[in-house]
Design a protein around this ligand. Structure first.
Ligand SMILES: [Zn+2]
Length: 210
């Protein structure tokens, strides 16, 4: 059997670099154990996070309600990344996700109440026009709550994707110290791996050496 030639292995195209306030990482890049939210190295776990990136105009789809959100899910770009995060920041992140989901789900009771107001107006139980105004106010209140939750505190607890292209995910919300350390370690690993040529005299045992 031929020993595995290092040159035949897939090239390490992994990339971690700074892009202004964003951290650009290639899809599936292995990041160092530095919490992306507070830069600690204690109690850091890795969590697979599926990122979605939307163009600014896609936000308009939210205004059209559930159907728009479904359409949006097909239009936005998606990428997975293994994020190092400490357990405290992870808990904060999960709370933020729960608040976001509850806000999104609130569209169901809000829609039911709006339809109820329109129906009450149609049956003459509400003065003319009142049902429509109540429905409109409910829709506006829900949209305001949705935007406030997604743009506010819950966003600061998370790392989101500013944009995603074929090779890179541009992460927003990574702690500045973590950004620097993740880039420094990724660069060190890449240079370390590239500078050390593998000996071709080693056969058989070459697959699992460190
Ligand atoms: Zn943390």
């Amino acid at each position: 059997m031929q020993p595995v030639d290092a040159s035949l292995r897939p090239a390490t195209a992994e990339l971690v670099r700074l892009e202004g306030d964003l951290l650009a990482v290639s899809h599936g890049a292995r990041l160092a154990s530095v919490c992306v939210k507070c830069a600690t190295r204690d109690d850091v776990v890795r969590r697979l996070e599926v990122m979605h990136a939307q163009r600014p105009w896609m936000w308009l789809f939210y205004l059209t309600g559930v159907l728009g959100i479904v359409i949006l899910s097909f239009l936005q770009r998606t990428g997975g990344v293994l994020l190092p995060i400490c357990t405290a920041c992870d808990a904060r992140w999960r709370r933020a996700v729960r608040v976001r989901s509850l806000t999104t789900l609130a569209i169901i009771p809000v829609s039911v109440a709006a339809i109820g107001a329109l129906a009450a107006e149609a049956r003459g139980r509400l003065p003319n026009g009142a049902g429509a105004w109540i429905a409109l106010a409910l829709a506006a209140a829900w949209t305001a709550a949705y935007v406030a939750v997604h743009a506010g505190k819950s966003r600061r607890a998370m790392v989101t994707a500013a944009s995603i292209d074929r090779s890179l995910i541009f992460l927003r919300g990574v702690h500045p110290d973590a950004r620097r350390e993740l880039v420094a370690e990724a660069t060190a690993v890449r240079h370390g791996a590239g500078a050390k040529p593998r000996s071709s005299t080693l056969s058989g045992a070459s697959a699992d050496d460190e």
